[in-house]
Design a protein around this ligand. Structure first.
Ligand code: PLP
Length: 260
């Protein structure tokens, strides 16, 4: 059986993040990838210069086309941009009874440009968080979802991961890459317990696409039949290697992409 994953996300014309990073990750991990594009970004390593939103009906048409034909094992969700698109995606997931969803609550690009309008955060929490098998916020995204400060210790991370579980998520991978300290520490919290993942921090400005790559790698592992904790561990190893190899690439003058 071919393992198949679908990414529902935005396009990054610079090729470093978004759907482009997702498909590279699926491919590198031996998973066939399909894509539903929610927004086009005019973007390079320096930043996002324009966003062209895809009409919600057309997002749904893409979902119907893919899910009506191709037997998708896992869906990864990234940039959604607007509340109308979130609602269209939630309806489409229900209509096709999609079971295994990795939700990356993308809010800003590595350049700092916004990728989700502020009023969409509440819709994301109401409409998509309860449908997800796992959500993968970084520290700033978790703080925005919970309307609180950015976690600055393991105890604070544990508290925020549990608060996110209370929002209806079945599992939360709270990513500590934006924190300080010599280790980059992530916490996977489920209703049954917690697992910490740690990797030595590697200093590079070339981290564009890190979040997309991690969530796609989790989706790929799940599509290949791994259990969640194994899929997260393998995904963390993949993204750590991609960050370590990033400086071998020479792409653009800003935040370059990680190396797949
Ligand atoms: N999705 C799109 C379309 C993007 O352009 C970006 C960042 O630029 C992201 C998601 C999030 O990127 P990252 O993986 O760096 O968090």
């Amino acid at each position: 059986m071919t393992a198949i994953a679908l990414t529902i996300a935005g396009s990054d014309s610079g090729g470093g993040a978004g759907v482009q990073a997702d498909l590279k990750t699926f491919s590198a991990l031996g998973v066939y990838g399909a894509s539903v594009i929610t927004a086009l970004t005019a973007q390079n390593t320096l930043g996002v210069s324009a966003i062209h939103d895809v009409p919600p009906e057309f997002v749904r048409a893409q979902m119907d086309a893919v899910l009506g034909d191709i037997k998708v094992n896992t869906v990864k969700i990234g940039m959604l941009s607007r509340p109308e698109v979130i609602r269209a995606v939630a309806d489409g997931l229900d209509a096709h009874a999609v079971q295994t969803i990795v939700l990356d609550p993308v809010m800003v690009a590595a350049s700092g440009d916004p990728l989700l309008v502020p009023e969409a955060v509440a819709v994301l929490i109401d409409d998509l968080v309860p449908r997800a098998l796992v959500i993968t916020p970084n520290l700033p995204e978790a703080a925005r979802m919970l309307k609180t400060d950015i976690a600055d210790s393991r105890d604070a991370m544990r508290g925020q991961a549990n608060a996110l579980l209370q929002l209806g998520a079945r599992a939360v991978l709270l990513k500590g890459g934006h924190g300080s300290g010599r280790e980059s520490v992530d916490l996977l919290a489920t209703h049954g317990g917690e697992t910490w993942f740690s990797a030595p921090r590697h200093e590079t400005r070339n981290t564009h696409g890190t979040g997309c790559t991690l969530s796609s790698a989790i989706a790929a592992g799940l599509a290949r039949g791994l259990a969640l904790t194994e899929a997260v561990g393998a995904a963390k190893a993949y993204v750590t290697a991609a960050i370590r190899a990033a400086d071998r690439l020479s792409i653009g003058a800003g935040h370059g992409p990680v190396h797949h």
